[in-house]
Design a protein around this ligand. Structure first.
Ligand SMILES: NC(=O)c1ccc[n+]([C@@H]2O[C@H](COP(=O)([O-])OP(=O)(O)OC[C@H]3O[C@@H](n4cnc5c(N)ncnc54)[C@H](OP(=O)(O)O)[C@@H]3O)[C@@H](O)[C@H]2O)c1
Length: 264
């Protein structure tokens, strides 16, 4: 089967399906119909985006600009912030002054050094798995480690890492994509654990993992095929609506683009 047709060449174990496509993407209730609606909290005026060179990161930057927020965008390509290199994370974030009431980590990769998502266990490669952990799990955790000092302790703030629904163990019905799925599952655990710790020092913080939906970026170019997807501008609008509704009661949890909670 050619790439781009019914999930292309990267199907899981069920013929004609692709883990990238989340069936709920266009079926789950819109954000405004979810319980988060009632939880709207003060705005996001001072924002930091890590991975601002990416499809979703750039769209988040543009959307926040439109809302007249003060936005700092950082990336590997423009600022030398490589999330796999703690010294670079410490150096770049160390140059910033508190306080950001919104920090979003929009970095990530599906293919690293030419390694594509596995279709079968026989394709599992230790170095590809390790690279996935470095970029998609350890990287955002290092950002959080060095960004804690940038978050206010006395007023509402949000920290969000872009995860992926395929990182959900409870939602995994197709298998495959071992390395990416596992790295995102590890990211979710890191965010959840950090959120618990930060409830002590940052009582008004919501620290969450977010699934942005299936978004038309370089990331999905070879995988999205004919599956429903949205442009980055729409994804950014959805994510900001979810973020806007977060309060401390949501900390440590995993939400999709519509504000619907995803099982771990
Ligand atoms: N697109 C989707 O449908 C989709 C679905 C589910 C989850 N997500 C998640 O959403 C996030 C953003 O995806 P996207 O579609 O915007 O991807 P993208 O357009 O490919 O952008 C990827 C971003 O990650 C950065 N990056 C990659 N490796 C890095 C590293 N080692 N250090 C620092 N930055 C690094 C890139 O920086 P440079 O370009 O500057 O190197 C770029 O800013 C990812 O975490 C992805 O897993 C996306």
């Amino acid at each position: 089967m050619a790439l781009g047709q019914h999930g292309g060449d990267y199907t899981g174990f069920v013929a004609g399906e692709n883990p990238f496509f989340d069936a709920e993407n266009h079926q789950c209730p819109r954000f405004l119909e979810t319980p988060l609606r009632a939880a709207r909290s003060p705005g996001m005026k001072h924002a930091l985006i890590i991975g601002a060179s990416g499809g979703i990161g750039a769209a988040l930057h543009a959307a926040l600009d439109e809302k007249r927020a003060a936005v700092t965008g950082l990336s590997r390509s423009a600022d030398g912030l490589d999330v796999t290199d703690e010294a670079s994370v410490a150096r770049v974030l160390g140059a910033l002054d508190p306080e950001y009431d919104l920090i979003i980590v929009a970095t990530g990769a599906l293919e690293i050094n030419g390694a594509r998502p596995e279709k079968a266990l026989s394709q599992l490669d230790p170095s590809a798995l390790e690279n996935q952990f470095r970029v998609n799990a350890i990287g955002p955790a290092l950002v959080l480690k060095h960004a804690v000092r940038l978050l206010p302790t006395d007023r509402p703030a949000r920290f969000a890492a872009l995860s992926a629904r395929v990182g959900s163990i409870g939602d995994n019905r197709l298998g495959g994509w071992y390395s990416y799925r596992t790295a995102k599952a590890a990211l979710n655990q890191l965010i959840h654990s950090a959120a618990i710790e930060l409830t002590r020092s940052h009582k008004k913080l919501a620290c969450v993992a977010l699934h942005p939906g299936t978004v038309q970026t370089a990331f999905t170019r070879n995988y999205v095929g004919r599956h429903p997807s949205v442009p980055p501008s729409e994804a950014a609008g959805n994510l900001l609506t979810v973020l806007d509704g977060l309060t401390p009661e949501h900390t440590g949890r995993f939400f999709d683009w519509a504000g619907k909670e995803i099982p771990w």
